[in-house]
Write a protein that binds this ligand. Structure first.
Ligand code: ZN
Length: 319
C-alpha cells in the first residue's frame, strides 16, 4: 500500500540509535546535556499543550521529582537526545487510575508544567500530534506499560531490573533477559462487491462500527489468522488475503496488521461471545456515516488503522 507510512504512529523517520542503549556512560552523558529533552509519562498519559505538541523538559526539570525509574532513551533527532520518564508516582490527581482506558477523556494538569498543558490518554489526541510526537508518545506509552506489567521474572518469579537504557529487563537470580513484547493483531477490511463488512464489540460507543480484528495465535501466518478471526466472528469466508499497512497500538502492546480480502459468501452469523453485531454496509452508507458524525452508524476512532484503511478504501487508494 503506497500510503502506508502516512498512518498515525508511522513515518516520522526517527532514529532510535538502539546500539547506544548498551553504553551506560554515553547515555548518562547525553541525559545531562542542556539541549536534551525528556518526555514525562503519567499513568499511561501524555502531556500535551494547547497547540497539540508534547511537553518535554530538561532532565533536571521539577516535573521529574516523582519519577519511579531512570529515564528511557528514545533516540536522537537533529542532534538532540530524547528520553522519556515515568512520573506515575505523582499523586496530585489521585482519582485518576493507571491506564486511563480507551474512552477516557479526562485531562490532568501537573503544577510544574506550563498553563494549558494537560496529561491525556494518547488515543484522544494521536491524530492531532505531529508524526514525530505521535511516535515518541507511542514508544513511551508502550515501553512504560510493559515495565509496569513485567516487574517480575517470567522464568523464576524474582524481581527483575531495568537495563539497556530502559529497553530490557534482566533477572539477577536466574540470568534471564526480558524484552518489551509486541502482540500482533490482524485487522481485516472485508468487502463483497460494493459492501464493507463492519462489526461492533460490546462496550463501544453506541452506533460505532469498525473492521473485524483479533489476536494472532502461535503457529499462525497473518493470512491464516485473518481467515480464522473473520470466520469465527461472522461465518464469512475470505478469498485471497493481502497485506495493506501496520500500526503500533500501545494500549498496551499491540501491533495492528491491516489486511484486505474479498468475501466468498454473504450470510453473516455472528458469534455473540466475540462481537455484538456485524453487517454489510454499502460504500454510500459508509460515506454518509463519515460525513454525518451524529448518524446511526458511527465511524471508528480517527487515527486508528481502521479509520485509515476505510478512508483509503472509500477514496479508491488501497492498492
Ligand atoms: Zn529469573
Amino acid at each position: 500500500m503506497t500510503l502506508a507510512e502516512e498512518i498515525t504512529f508511522g513515518g516520522a523517520d526517527f532514529d532510535r540509535l538502539a546500539l547506544l542503549r548498551r553504553d551506560d556512560a554515553r547515555i548518562t552523558h547525553l541525559l545531562r546535556q542542556p539541549e536534551t529533552r525528556v518526555l514525562p509519562i503519567w499513568r499511561n498519559r501524555v502531556p500535551v499543550d494547547g497547540n497539540d505538541r508534547l511537553f518535554m523538559a530538561p532532565a533536571d526539570h521539577p516535573v521529574f521529582a516523582d519519577a519511579v525509574a531512570p529515564a528511557a532513551f528514545l533516540g536522537l533527532r537533529e542532534g538532540r537526545a530524547l528520553f522519556a520518564r515515568d512520573i506515575s508516582a505523582w499523586g496530585g490527581d489521585s482519582a485518576a487510575p493507571v491506564g486511563g482506558g480507551a474512552w477516557d477523556s479526562t485531562a490532568h494538569h501537573h503544577p510544574e508544567t506550563p498553563d494549558g498543558c494537560v496529561f491525556v490518554d494518547l488515543r484522544q489526541v494521536m491524530f492531532r500530534l505531529s508524526p514525530l510526537d505521535a511516535e515518541l508518545a507511542a514508544m513511551s506509552i508502550g515501553l512504560f506499560a510493559w515495565h509496569r506489567h513485567h516487574r517480575f521474572c517470567a522464568n523464576c518469579g524474582a524481581a527483575s531490573h531495568i537495563t539497556m537504557a530502559g529497553w530490557q529487563r534482566e533477572c539477577r537470580d536466574c540470568g534471564r533477559q526480558h524484552f518489551p513484547r509486541t502482540d500482533p493483531v490482524v485487522i481485516v477490511l472485508v468487502t463483497s462487491g460494493n459492501d464493507l463488512l463492519l462489526g461492533r464489540s460490546p462496550g463501544w460507543p453506541e452506533g460505532m462500527y469498525s473492521l473485524l480484528a483479533g489476536f494472532m495465535e502461535p503457529g499462525e501466518t497473518v493470512e491464516i489468522a485473518a481467515r480464522r478471526e473473520v470466520f469465527e466472528e461472522t461465518r464469512i469466508k475470505l478469498g485471497p488475503v493481502t497485506y495493506l499497512a501496520s500500526q503500533p497500538w500501545p494500549f498496551p502492546s499491540s501491533l495492528m496488521i491491516g489486511c484486505r480480502a474479498e468475501a466468498t459468501n454473504r450470510t453473516i452469523e455472528i458469534d455473540s461471545q466475540e462481537i455484538e453485531d456485524a453487517r454489510w454496509i454499502s460504500r454510500e452508507e459508509v460515506m454518509a456515516a463519515w460525513a454525518n458524525p451524529g448518524g446511526a452508524i458511527i465511524a471508528p476512532r480517527e487515527g486508528a488503522i481502521a479509520s485509515f484503511l476505510i478512508r483509503n478504501w472509500l477514496s479508491g487508494r488501497l492498492s
